[in-house]
Design a protein around this ligand. Structure first.
Ligand code: UT7
Length: 332
């Protein structure tokens, strides 16, 4: 095993996918006491994607992963690691990563597991993937960020059901040219605040019972104001620490690719660091908050809008349940 791998690690291919079904603010007006104007001004969201009955998370993830692999130019068998970042897997066991490895015929030697860091999942995954390749434990890794929040959203709770959507993204991580790839990282957690964002029933501490089956406990519960305050603070901390790790100032970042949780959180970062709209990726109006799917979907939006160009320095910044936060500085 080679533990002296020093080549830079970066993204060799990117693919994304979302369910076809669209849930608009107008649809939600029919379901809870809310209105389009409140949702747009308080969150920036106009619509989100949701699974249709009978559709499974893995059905959406497979085409995203296939696109990423195709773009990487690698054979599936050359990918010998799979990290699947999600808190909404198809099954509690086995890991969704294993379902995907089997479906895609990826290499059979190597680590294959799910990583749950909620909305920070993809950024944590970038860092773990980077470290795994640098250590020599894998040569190329498929990293998935995907969540299907509609499966655990309470559509009678107007404070949460307006926010969340479903979506998936995947990247292939591997060696890239000198001067590009991952330049710096930061990760953190405030584990004392975990109760502010949780799904209380369905795990082993509180399995689903006849009593809680009809309760709100099996859906996302969030103390929105507390999470909002955390998010603004955590964003700044994660971004500044990752920039320092990369040896640059936040102002030297060309493109900010933030977790899409609330337009006001993104706006606060833009104001603080003096980023105009050209230097920030925003797609929250179309997808809402897709948790671990958010950053790869934003990468794809950046590419489609022509904002993401070779040689650019990008900052991926995320925060979420845990309460976790993290950032990665990447030269595209
Ligand atoms: O990725 C995971 C991280 N999650 C987040 O980052 C979410 C962070 N939090 C938020 O984005 C915001 O806190 C929310 C969007 C969830 C809520 O926005 P807010 O500006 O913090 O609203 P609020 O909870 O302070 O509520 C203000 C008012 C309340 O009414 P009263 O008490 O002032 O009469 C709410 O009942 O807005 C009411 N309200 C709504 N009104 C219409 C709450 N939700 C709605 C709604 N439609 N959907």
């Amino acid at each position: 095993m080679n533990f002296t791998q020093s080549k830079p690690v970066g993204i060799l291919g990117l693919g994304t996918a979302v369910p076809d079904k669209i849930l608009t603010n107008q649809d939600l007006e029919e379901m809870v006491d809310t209105n389009d104007e409140w949702i747009v001004t308080r969150t920036g969201i106009r619509e989100r994607r949701v699974l249709s009955p009978g559709e499974k998370p893995i059905d959406i993830v497979i085409p995203a992963a296939r696109k990423a692999i195709e773009e990487s130019g690698l054979k599936p068998s050359e990918i010998n690691g799979l990290i699947f970042c999600t808190y909404t897997p198809d099954y509690i066991m086995p890991a969704s990563a294993c379902l995907l490895q089997g479906e895609l015929g990826l290499g059979r030697d190597g680590l294959c597991y799910d990583l749950n860091a909620a909305c920070t999942g993809f950024v944590y995954g970038m860092q773990v993937g980077w470290a795994t390749i640098r250590s020599g434990l894998a040569r190329n890794i498929l990293l998935v960020g995907a969540d299907f929040n509609s499966m655990v959203t309470d559509y009678t709770d107007r404070s949460t059901c307006i926010l969340f959507g479903d979506g998936a993204g995947a990247v292939v991580l591997g060696e890239v040219d000198e001067g590009s790839g991952i330049l710096g990282n930061s990760a953190g957690v405030d584990g004392q605040s975990w109760k502010h964002l949780m799904l209380s029933a369905g795990g082993c501490a509180a399995p689903i019972t006849a009593e809680n089956l009809e309760s709100r406990d099996r859906y996302i519960q969030m103390n929105g104001r507390e999470v909002f305050k955390f998010a603004v603070r955590a964003f700044n901390e994660a971004f500044e620490k990752a920039a320092a790790d990369a040896g640059i100032e936040p102002s030297e970042v060309d493109l900010l690719i933030p977790h899409q949780a609330n337009i006001r959180i993104i706006q606060s970062a833009m104001d603080r660091y003096g980023f105009n709209a050209d230097r920030v990726v925003i797609n929250i109006e179309k997808y809402g908050n897709t948790s671990a799917g958010s950053i790869p979907l934003a990468l794809e939006t950046a590419r489609q809008e022509g904002k993401l160009r070779k040689g650019m320095t990008c900052a991926l910044v995320a925060f979420g349940g845990g309460l976790t936060h993290g950032a990665t500085i990447l030269r595209w």
